[in-house]
Write a protein that binds this ligand. Sequence first.
Ligand code: BG6
Length: 490
Amino acid sequence: MRKMKSEFPENFLWGGATAANQIEGGSDVGGKGLSVADVYTFDENMPKERWTEQWLMMTHKQVEEAMDPSSKKYYPKRHGVDFYHHYKEDIALFAEMGFKVYRMSLAWTRIFPKGDELEPNEEGLAFYDRVFDELIKHGIEPLVSLSHYEMPLHLATEYGGWVNRKVVDFYVRFATTVFNRYKDKVKYWITFNEINCVKHHPFTSLGVIEENHPHIEQAKYQGAHHQFVASALATKTWKRINPDVKVGCMISYQLLVPYSCNPDDIQKTVEKQRESLFFSDVQARGYYPAYTARMLEEKNVVLETQPDDEQIMRENPVDFVSFSYYMSSAVSAHPDNLKGAVGNLMTGGVENPYLSKSEWGWQIDPKGLRTALNQLYDRYQKPLFVAENGLGAVDIVKEDGTIEDDYRIDYLKEHIKQIKESIKDGVDVFGYTSWGCIDMISASTSQMSKRYGYIYVDQDDMGRGTKRRIKKKSFDWYKNVIASNGEQLD
Ligand code: BG6
C-alpha cells in the first residue's frame, strides 16, 4: 500500500494562466484575423445586469456591427493588455515569481486568420516561437491550450461554427501545423478550454449564433461531438509526431451540492453534475457514458456521426484531466422560493447560505476544491491539473503606488491548502496555474476592472491608461508559496 503523502510533489508545476484573446491585444498586427472574442463590446454606461448578456447570447446584429470597420464601439479583447508587445517584460515578472509553468493559449487567428486557409501565417507562428523561447530561457514550461474561446470569426459566420463538420478538418490542420512547429518546445497541450461550456455560451465556445438554431440543444451537442472527434484526431496526430507529449482535456468544474437532503434535490444534483462531467467523461474515457442515451433523448437530440468516430475517440483519450475551479453551487429541485445564486451563471443554482461571495456574486468554497479533486480522481484515475482558480476583484492603487490585495491572498491560500489536503487523500495532482496571473480582460463581462492578477496593469474598462505593470502584494506572497513548494502560505 502507498504511504500517505503530506507535501506537494517535488516537481509540482506552480504557475499562472492566461488566454490569448484576453491578454495579447495586437489584433491589427502580424496578419491576425478577427476571432469570436473580438466581437464582445464594453460600454461603461451599460447597467451591471447587462454585462454578461452578450457572453451568454450573441446576436447577428452584434456580430455584423463588430465586423463593420466604421463601428464606434469599444472591443476590449482586441486590445487585451498588449502582451503582444510586452511579453518579455511580463514573462520576466512570471520568472521572478518562480513560475515553473505558464498556461497560455494560441490565437488561432494569428496562425490561420480566417480558419479555412491551406497555409499558415508565418508571422503568427514566429510570434509564438518568440514567446516560447522567452519562457524556455527563463526555465518556464509552456502549457498550451489550443482553443480558448477564440475560434476564427469567419468559421462562425461562413460555416456556422462547430455544428459544421468541416470545422473539424480546419482545427486538425491548425493542430498539426502548430505541433509540427513547436514539438520541441511544448510538451503539455490542452485541446479545448472548458469544453463543457458549449452548453452555456455557444457563440464563444462553438461559433454558434442561437438565432440560427430553433433547436439549440441539437446544435450544442452536435458541436460538442465534433469537438470530441477533433480533440481525439489532434491527440492522435500529436502522439504520432511525439509519443511523449501529454494531452489534457479541460472543463469548468463548478462543484454542485444538493441544497437539502430532500431526495429530489439529490437526484437533481446528480443530473446536473452528469450534464457537466459528460464532457470529461467522454474525453478521459474515450467513449460516451451509459447515461448519454437517456440524457440526449430527453433533450430530443440526435447526433449525426460518422462510422469511424467512435473508434477515433476510443483510441485517443486524454492523458490528464484539467479544470478550472472558482466556486460551488447549490442545486434545488424546487428553486422558486429560494434565492438564485446570481454569479453562478452556468448552473443557475441557488445560493448556499454557508458561503460568502465575490463582488461578482461567485460563491467562494475552498473546501469544494478538495471535493472536486477527489471526485475527479475517483472517477478517472488520471493525473489532474488545476488549470484555473482565482478571485476577480476591484483593486485600488494607493497613493504610495502599492496594491494591498489581501482578499486575493486569502482566497488563493485557502484553495491551495485544500489542494494539499487532496494530495494527502491520495489524489494525483501535478500542477496549479492560478487564473490571470497578470490582470487582463474578463472573459464573461469584458471588463478590465475585474482583476485576478499578481501583477496590476494600469488600464481601465475603456482601455485608457499607461499599461504600466505594478506588482501587487500577492506577487511576493505567491513567490514565497512557490519557493517553499506550497509550505509557506502565510
Ligand atoms: C474561465 C475562463 O471560465 O474563467 C477564463 O476559462 C476566464 O477565460 C475565467 O477569464 C474567469 O472568468 P471571468 O469572466 O471573470 O474573466
